[in-house]
Write a new protein. Sequence first.
Length: 196
Amino acid sequence: MIKKIFCGLAVILLFGSSAVSAKMDNPAVKQATDVVWAGLDYSKVKMIGVSDFNQPDIFPGMLTAWNELFMEEILEKLQKELHKTITADIDGVLKRNNRATAAQIEIRNGNDEPTSFTPEQIAAEVKSYKLSKESGVGLVLIIESMEKPEAYIDTVWFDIETREVLDVQSDWYKAGGFGFRNYWFSPVKRAIKEIK
């Protein structure tokens, strides 16, 4: 709980109160009829735990599997809930994920430490995406940290043409479920549920 409060305050201080919600508060996001889904960005994720991340196929296999699961289980539902047309353009993020390595796993007990990318780091991630779409509003989830029983996720809306970050929500989301894939996919589902 302490780390959540700390992180929330940090995001408010860094982005300003108007950019701390994933509820489409930005007019450009609210008015967009079409949204480009850029994917789940695990390219810089930290996985912290003594024995939680000993799966041999995490990089890149599981990162790809989580993106595929999103496409299968969530994308259509999200489109209906937002009343927007959502087009997937995830190849750029998948290529970035393919460069992630087991060096991002930290074999140690977590300390409930706060984590958050700076606005500059989030902006740099957004600018790095190679998208086939040249304009419109993009949506990406940047997974910063996975530390049992939670994952720290940035829900980011951005202008595709200018790569301006339009809106961000950053928070810890609880993991749960049977099996490694489902357990660590559940924070993504919880982050998506907060988008109104």
